[in-house]
Design a protein around this ligand. Structure first.
Ligand code: ATP
Length: 336
């Protein structure tokens, strides 16, 4: 192969720039020409591309975001959109396309594969860590570090004022950021998709838990991590419900897109660097419709469809430790 192209798609994730840099540097190392399409799949439709050399990407790995921009492109699900993308890729003589994104972006990659004969390699770039086949996705470590930092700060004021806080974190439909940040910051409670699917928490049970924890510890400080989409109306609605129905003073805190910015954590920069190079090497190896992943410290190639069709489970041992061992209220006493 002679020419490869790369794009970043879907929600941006800290470390996408580091992955882009790695793709360009590896491409140069192996004598390939590297093009980048801007704004994800939208750039494929608009034929909005640039040629990238090592000098263009040398000092981008310390920044979150993505210098080639990302986007969500609703139109890409249509057959004629994928046909147009294929035409534009062929006109540029692209042999392999590297897609840095999450599960939606990989669905888009499979869709494109129905209409384009070039090789397609995915690189897992999402803060949610919700892709099967890799130990971690690019951006996850940074999102957890940011959430932990916020939880530590909230703890200071919760301690001082003997207050209950609900901190809402991202994660799409998975509890990775919720569980890891709760453990790293020593939260009293987690409301995660995996726990909610098992046995949904009622407000009455939550209030009982809060009151028992406060009584057992003789301390009012109680910090709860709420994964997004796990309570109707989110942290604000839950806080209002606790105040209105149970006269329990409570403050919500929504971390939102803060979880995607700032300097990427070392783990994300290193993972992105390894995966970017791995993706180029998979392309050189003739592979297609696979995601470049890392399993037990070894580079792996995972069929793209597996990455969203199979489930990446939460670490059961961490869940048990945080939810049971570290729970001040023991089983059959916490109402859940
Ligand atoms: P994140 O989960 O981190 O936000 P993502 O890659 O899952 O990242 P999505 O918005 O779900 O983000 O998907 C990115 C883009 O992929 C979509 O905007 C769309 O262009 C394309 N895409 C998603 N699903 C499909 C599909 N079924 N067919 C074709 N294209 C798709």
């Amino acid at each position: 192969i002679q020419r490869i192209a790369v794009l970043t798609s879907g929600g941006d994730a800290p470390g996408m720039n580091a992955a882009l840099r790695a793709v360009v540097l590896a491409g140069e190392h192996y004598g390939l020409e590297v093009f980048a399409f801007k704004h994800g799949y939208q750039g494929l439709l608009d034929n909005d591309h640039i040629r990238l050399c090592g000098a263009d990407v040398l000092h981008i790995l310390q920044y979150s975001g993505t210098i080639i921009k990302s986007a969500r492109c609703k139109r890409f699900v249509d057959a004629d959109a994928a046909e147009l993308a294929a035409k534009n890729l062929d006109a540029l003589d692209i042999d392999a396309l590297i897609i840095i994104g999450g599960d939606g972006s990989f669905r888009g990659a499979e869709h494109l594969a129905q209409f384009w004969n070039g090789q397609i390699i995915g690189v897992p770039g999402t803060i949610d860590n919700d892709l099967y086949g890799t130990d971690a996705t690019i951006g996850y470590a940074t999102a957890v570090a940011i959430a932990m930092d916020a939880l530590d700060k909230i703890r200071d004021t919760a301690d001082a004022m003997d207050r209950v806080f609900i901190v809402e974190v991202m994660g799409r439909n998975a509890g990775f950021i919720g569980l890891s940040s709760a453990m790293a910051a020593g939260s009293e409670r987690m409301i995660l998709p995996e726990l909610q699917n098992d046995k949904p928490l009622t407000v009455a049970a939550l209030v009982k838990h809060i009151e028992r924890v406060q009584k057992i510890r003789g301390d009012g400080s109680y910090v709860m991590v709420l994964s997004e989409h796990q309570w109707p109306g989110g942290a604000v609605a839950l806080a209002e419900q606790l105040e209105a129905e149970y006269h329990l003073p409570c403050r919500p805190c929504l971390l939102g897109h803060i979880q995607r910015g700032g300097p990427p954590a070392p783990a994300d920069r290193i993972l992105a660097s390894e995966l970017g190079v791995h993706a180029v090497e998979l392309a050189l190896d003739g592979q297609t419709r696979v995601m470049a992943g890392i399993k037990n410290h070894a580079p792996v190639a995972v069929p793209l469809a597996d990455t969203w069709q199979k489930k990446n489970p939460l670490n059961k041992n961490l869940l048990r430790i945080q939810h049971e061992i570290f729970n001040p209220v023991k089983k059959n006493g916490n109402g859940q």
